[in-house]
Write a protein that binds this ligand. Structure first.
Ligand code: ADP
Ligand code: MG
Length: 458
């Protein structure tokens, strides 16, 4: 991972890791003030959010959000339909803004737009879609500026708002985490898909043609879902799943790790067992042959079944596949398959995080300049952060801001991942903290809208 990161930073197309510069060179620090909005288009749900920020004293004074499922037909429709839907939801949410939220006189509503697909940015608030992932296929949107598309949707509804920042969900999560904690250097998503971003030294981004930002830093969207390496063992499960996906040959790492795919990995193993060893009798239950019929939340339910006769496993097999009368022995096999697939995904995600830590010299192995900051008093640490640029604190505490339904709800996945980080880093793992930054991606986008607003409230 660390080697591929390096290759992706040197030249465009240097690695399957796109390592996209995000144009974000400063992260929120608590000084942000005013009313800001965010819209978050992820994979499964669409969210709108507003937040009233009160600077260092007030912080987040009030926030509200709404979430709607994305109508499946829009995932395969036209760009205009998709962005019209987003604009409609946003505008109706804005219309319900209460008295507690206040714009400054002369201030326009500014929006942070979280768009969790690979985008080539051309500015902090513009960028073109490179390709769809996670089951989306809105063909005419590829190559389009997604900010302009949303802006048009908003204007068609007679509203005037400015999109101040276009951010990947990992970047939103990073920003949301950093707002509260200066040690946050990495943002990771484990949800429908998976991805990571981190704070890089701008000078290390050789392919960057622009000026070196004043901060000396640049947030890089890795698009790590597309990571691939000859060292990764690929099984028949990975091959067949990839062949039947909407983006064959792409996002292989994501297909081994994330919520959209884990359940289907389990299903494919069960199909083979059903065909070769008749574990579900004969013939093989028809529905079991249907791609993506086992969703990861059901896999997780079976995996966490702690009843002695594995009732939950029996219930899921019956409800999803109409499979009845399984023996406890067969149910145990199903749990073992869930465990194997879950553990593989979790360990790969952990290895990815450790790769980033190595790349930025924070895996606890730094030979020089190691500052054991965890021995400082909390108050010393706060003073320390304010004065020292973050990348000079190599060897100190590093926080990974994490978001996503898979990490949040799949306890065994989370535990396996944590175990693997400790296994890989040894002593160094004491200085690495993975922190759930729930809905950080939404609020992070609003915070980035604030720090990149046209109208700055001092
Ligand atoms: P998105 O990635 O679409 O922005 P979320 O971060 O909310 O959305 O993640 C939703 C994904 O999390 C689902 O697609 C599913 O794969 C996974 N997930 C949700 N609940 C569970 C659960 N109980 N167990 C395992 N995975 C879950
Ligand atoms: Mg999301």
């Amino acid at each position: 991972m660390a080697v591929e990161m390096h290759a992706g930073l040197v030249s465009e197309g240097g690695s399957k890791l796109k390592m996209l510069p995000t144009y974000i060179d400063r992260l929120p620090d608590g000084h942000e003030r005013g009313l800001y909005y965010a819209v978050d288009l992820g994979g499964t749900n669409f969210r709108v959010l507003r937040v009233q920020l009160g600077g260092l004293e007030g912080r987040v004074i009030k926030q509200e959000y709404e979430e709607v499922a994305i109508p499946p037909e829009l995932m395969l429709g036209t760009s205009e339909q998709l962005f019209d839907f987003i604009a409609k939801e946003l505008v109706s949410f804005v219309a319900r803004e209460g008295q507690d939220f206040r714009l400054h006189a002369g201030q326009n509503r500014e929006i942070g737009f979280t768009f969790s697909f690979p985008v080539k940015q051309t500015a902090v608030n513009s960028g073109t879609l490179l390709q769809w992932t996670k089951g989306f296929k809105v063909n005419d949107a590829v190559g389009e500026d997604v900010v302009a598309a949303l802006q048009r949707g908003i204007e068609r509804r007679g509203y005037k708002m400015r999109i101040a920042a276009l951010v990947n969900d990992t970047v939103g999560t990073l920003a949301g985490g950093r707002y509260w904690n200066n040690d946050v250097m990495i943002g990771v998503i484990l949800g429908t898909g998976t991805n990571a971003c981190y704070v890089e030294r701008a000078e290390a981004v050789s392919k960057w043609a622009g000026d070196i930002p004043k901060s000396g830093e640049m947030v890089i969207n890795m698009e790590w879902g597309n990571f691939w390496s000859s060292h990764l063992p690929r099984t028949y499960v990975d091959e067949s799943l990839d062949n039947e996906s909407l983006n064959p040959g792409e996002y292989g790492f994501e297909k081994m790790i994330s919520g959209m795919y884990l359940g289907d990995c389990v299903r494919r193993v069960l199909v083979r067992m059903a065909q070769e060893a008749c574990i579900f009798g004969t013939p093989v239950p028809h529905k079991l042959l249907e791609a993506f019929s086992l969703m990861t939340p059901d896999m997780s339910k079976m995996h966490h079944d702690d009843s002695s006769d594995l009732k939950v496993v029996a219930e899921v097999l019956k409800r999803v596949y109409g499979i009845q009368n399984t023996t406890v022995g067969i149910r145990k096999i199903v749990v073992a398959v869930c465990d194997t697939v879950c553990q593989r995904g979790a360990r790969l995600a952990a290895a990815g995080i450790v790769g980033i830590l190595k790349k930025i010299g924070r895996d606890g192995s730094a030979a020089n300049g190691v500052i054991k900051r965890n021995t400082f008093e909390q108050s010393d640490m706060n003073g320390f952060h304010d004065e020292v640029p973050v990348h000079y604190t190599s060897g100190g505490r590093t926080v990974v801001a994490m978001d996503g339904g898979l990490y949040e709800h799949y306890t065994k996945f989370r535990n396996y991942m944590q175990e693997a980080v400790v296994e890989l880093l040894g002593e160094g793992s004491k200085n690495v903290v993975i922190e759930l930054s729930k809905d950080g991606s939404g609020i992070g986008a609003a915070l980035l809208a604030a720090s990149h607003a046209e109208y700055v409230i001092s």
